[in-house]
Design a protein around this ligand. Structure first.
Ligand code: UGA
Length: 432
């Protein structure tokens, strides 16, 4: 099918590319001309495993192209996906101005029937507003349908999640767009749920909030584990084998971050407030998440006492593994809090150093270290802040010799506790 994707952020770029990969003709639109030129030149602005080859292959095959003109995308497509940012506002609600702006622009270039699909994460009933807006601003008054089709990709695994989705959710008002939507997703061989637009919109916020809840739950259990001498990894393994629970998203640590969970939780709480429901459960999820970082910092100060002037190595700056994204990163938050205590940091991340420099500027107290194996040199302790699997392959004997004291704070439970103790480390992790 001929598809247009408006917005070339994580969701838009990966979705468009994967649609092209399964044979659709895709036009990706972005109003940032410099970014479009970059993409046209084959440069991918984000680190996402496998994406660059996929873009190159589909551009070369003539199935994928980039433009900054919405009209070009809309006129040459049957289905138009909106994948623009929905950033948080100070009161926790979502800024929908990009969605509204794009809806008006689409309206301005409608000349024949189109299906307009919202892929961005939006509050329930946004689809109604998009429909009203397009109707109001469309001069031609041609027919169109608005569909909600939320995205469930994880950064760092986005291509995999898109090519092999657990499910596809399609929210519609009438049956007319269903055939085309099924045709788009047919090559992905996933269960397709066709529902009403409001339910589709709610599925996204409810799913993300539930995953965040799962993480806060295990983090709360980790507090009990520490107090009683249990091991949260054992508890998570024991719980996770129950198919009704599942092992995923039961990794305790310094908490969740990123551009989705914190924002989506606030938005879901706000939406609930607007319909008169106080979603206290989710407020508790937020508070446990914040507490996790406080408890980790306390562990550090309990061991090292005064941080002023201490030299600390920090492994990880991205908000999670396999990404260069540092938005709302717990690792960056940790660094800032250590700096506020007067610590001096030697930091490293396999992919996020460039983006981190913008939010954590290098200087007297922050040194960016290119080689993972040099981070611990001369430090009073080493800290793990992001769950990059390569950190587990570090030469621990060498790290122990590099540290002035063999102390390792593992905020992501990456290492084996018994092994660390056998190697002579003072090893502090989360809930173990
Ligand atoms: C999340 C959802 O997992 C996706 O399904 C969703 O599509 C996406 O948000 C979105 O709304 O766009 P993402 O934010 O990319 O994806 O990353 P996750 O893998 O969910 O991790 C989020 C945070 O939770 C990270 O900081 C990670 O370190 C933390 N986490 C994750 C834990 O602390 N423990 C876990 O067991 C799992």
């Amino acid at each position: 099918m001929r598809l247009c994707i408006i917005g070339t952020g994580y969701v838009g770029l990966v979705t468009g590319t994967c649609f092209a990969e399964v044979g659709h003709q895709v036009i990706c639109v972005d109003n940032n001309e410099a970014k479009v030129r970059q993409l046209q030149a084959g440069q991918i602005p984000i680190y996402e495993p496998g994406l660059d080859e996929l873009v190159a292959r589909n551009v070369a095959a003539g199935r994928l192209r980039f433009t900054h003109k919405i009209a070009d995308g809309v006129e040459n497509s049957e289905v138009v996906f909106i994948a623009v940012p929905t950033p948080p506002q100070a009161d926790g609600s979502v800024d929908l101005s990009f969605i509204e702006g794009v809806a008006r622009e689409i309206a301005g270039c409608l000349t024949s029937y189109k299906i307009i699909v919202d892929k961005s994460t939006v509050p329930v009933r946004t689809g109604d507003k998009v429909r009203e807006t397009i109707h109001r601003y469309s001069r031609s008054k041609v027919e169109f349908d608005v569909v909600s089709n939320p995205e469930f990709l994880r950064e760092g695994f986005a291509v995999e999640d898109l090519m092999k989705p657990d499910r596809v959710v399609i929210g519609v008002l009438t049956q007319r767009p269903v055939i085309a939507m099924r045709e788009i997703y047919e090559p992905f061989n996933a269960p397709i749920i066709v529902t009403d637009i409001h339910s589709a919109e709610l599925i996204k916020h409810a799913a993300n909030s539930f995953l965040a809840l799962k993480i806060s739950y295990i983090n709360a259990v980790s507090v009990l584990c520490e107090a009683t001498g249990a091991d949260v990894v054992e508890v998570a393994n024991g719980m996770g084998l129950d198919k009704r629970i599942g092992r995923q998203f039961l990794n305790a640590g310094i908490g969740f971050g990123g551009s989705c969970f914190p924002k989506d939780l606030s938005a879901f709480i706000k939406i609930s407030e607007q319909v008169g429901f106080d979603f206290q459960l989710l407020k508790e999820v937020q508070s446990i998440n914040a507490g996790q970082m406080d408890r980790f910092l306390k562990k550090i100060t309990d061991t090292l006492w005064v941080l002023k002037g201490k030299r600390l190595g920090v492994l990880g700056l991205a908000f999670k593994q396999n990404t260069d994204d540092v938005r709302m990163s717990p690792a960056i938050d940790l660094c800032r809090r250590l700096l506020a205590e007067g610590a001096r940091l030697r930091v490293h991340d396999p992919k996020a150093m460039e983006k981190a420099r913008a939010v954590l500027p290098p200087g007297d107290n922050v040194e960016y270290i290119d080689d993972l194996h040099e981070v611990a040199e001369g430090c009073d302790a080493l800290l793990v802040a992001t769950e990059w699997p390569e950190f587990t392959r570090i030469d621990l004997d060498r790290v122990r010799r590099q540290l002035s004291h063999p102390i390792l704070f593992d905020g992501r439970n990456l290492f084996d506790r018994a092994e660390m103790e056998r190697l002579g480390f003072i090893y502090k992790s989360v809930g173990r």
